[in-house]
Design a protein around this ligand. Structure first.
Ligand SMILES: C[S@@+](CC[C@H](N)C(=O)[O-])C[C@H]1O[C@@H](n2cnc3c(N)ncnc32)[C@H](O)[C@@H]1O
Length: 242
């Protein structure tokens, strides 16, 4: 160990990670350009919300292809990160709220939403502003109460999320949050669309937790809408009220 390391001086000048530009072409002529980091060593990049994850492309393809499911709905994106799926949804939704539990990603998310205003600029529900971003931590009652108080006039019919399942312990807090948000809706079939890479066989936990919160779990066949071969770990489900 060097003298500097022994004295704990090595973190004084944190490494600056450059932002890359990412361009996506989805169905229905949806074009999105966002900024985000490249995947780095975890010591350099402590937040997973600063870069786009592969499952976001899957959910975005789905939303743009089956856009009728999202038209005129009030939508919450959980764990937005750089915001790709929420941006696609904002083209069709009546109202979209982007959320994340990590405040580190909010500045980048704000800029990405601003830079893609072609998707939502004709939507008068934002009164010439952009769709809102909220700090929302899954499973935290206080965080949810603040959220519900702020949006108490709105019923949310759809929740979306990509790459939110990578730690089994997070699945219950995630569904607690989804359950509370969709409980604002009086329509018969509020839905939670989730895409992710099943890196550690999370399906048994997903099945039991979704049942606990009274949702059915339907597999969405990726071959019906993807125009490329995704990782074999890729999964997508829609959870609906029983
Ligand atoms: C792997 S990233 C996926 C980001 C984005 N959805 C995508 O696919 O590119 C996971 C995201 O979930 C957020 N997240 C993780 N745990 C959370 C929690 N307990 N509450 C709220 N957000 C959380 C992270 O901050 C991050 O933005």
């Amino acid at each position: 160990m060097s003298d500097d390391e022994a004295l704990g001086l090595t973190d004084i000048f944190p490494t600056v990670v450059e932002l890359e530009k990412y361009k996506y072409n989805f169905y229905d002529n949806v074009v999105i350009e966002i900024k985000g980091q490249e995947l780095q060593n975890v010591n350099v990049q402590p937040s997973t919300g600063l870069l786009p994850w592969p499952a976001s492309t899957i959910l975005s393809q789905y939303i743009s292809k089956f856009n009728d499911n999202f038209k005129d709905k009030n939508i919450v994106e959980l764990g937005s990160g750089v915001g790709i799926c929420g941006l696609v949804a904002s083209k069709y939704a009546s109202y979209t709220v982007f959320t994340d539990g990590d405040p580190q990603s909010n500045k980048l998310l704000f800029d990405n939403i601003k830079d893609n205003n072609h998707l939502y600029k004709n939507n008068s529900n934002y009164s010439n502003q952009q769709p809102p971003i909220e700090l929302l931590s899954w499973g935290k009652t206080s965080s949810l109460e603040d959220f519900k108080e702020k949006y108490n006039d709105l019923q949310f019919q759809v929740v979306i999320g990509s790459d939110l399942v990578y730690v089994d312990e997070n699945i219950d807090p995630l569904f607690y949050t989804v359950d509370k948000i969709l409980s604002t809706s009086s329509t018969p079939s509020p839905a939670f669309y989730l895409s992710f890479l099943d890196r550690k066989n999370h399906l048994p936990t997903l099945q039991s937790v979704s049942e606990k919160y009274n949702f059915t779990m339907e597999t969405i066949d990726l071959d019906t809408f993807l125009d490329y071969k995704p990782s074999t770990m890729s999964r997508m489900f829609v959870f609906k009220r029983k």
